[in-house]
Design a binder for this molecule. Structure first.
Ligand SMILES: [Zn+2]
Length: 119
């Protein structure tokens, strides 16, 4: 199983807030059926934010049709490797990162800042 995730954070701490996660059974499905739609949804959300420029959304939409980069990500996932930043954009002061990782080693299993607060 592969986790496909949208993270928000900063360049120093890119994996701070998990915004969305979907699971995929194969590497190809992870990239084509999960990460690409997630990138387009994020682009739409950024379009609606009057504080951000159109540039981050344009980067996400360009990635949607970048088949060569998709194949690199699929190859890495097929080998069991992390794809820590399939695509990432800075909008305002927030870094958004789309990542795919083997479920059993995924960054979402690490302790989160919010978990520390709740403890
Ligand atoms: Zn995860």
């Amino acid at each position: 199983m592969i986790h496909c995730e949208v993270w928000a954070g900063t360049p120093e701490a890119p994996y701070t807030w998990l915004l969305a996660r979907q699971d995929a059974s194969t590497a190809r499905r992870a990239v084509r059926r999960r990460l690409v739609p997630m990138a387009l949804r994020l682009a739409e959300r950024l379009d609606d934010d009057p504080d951000t420029t159109p540039i981050p959304a344009a980067v996400l939409r360009a990635w949607e049709s970048d088949a060569l980069t998709h194949e690199d990500a699929i190859d890495a996932l097929t080998r069991g490797q992390f794809v820590p930043a399939a695509v990432s954009v800075i909008a305002g002061s927030v870094l958004y990162t789309l990542a795919a990782m083997p479920a059993n080693q995924c960054a979402c299993l690490l302790p989160r800042p919010l978990a520390d607060i709740a403890a």
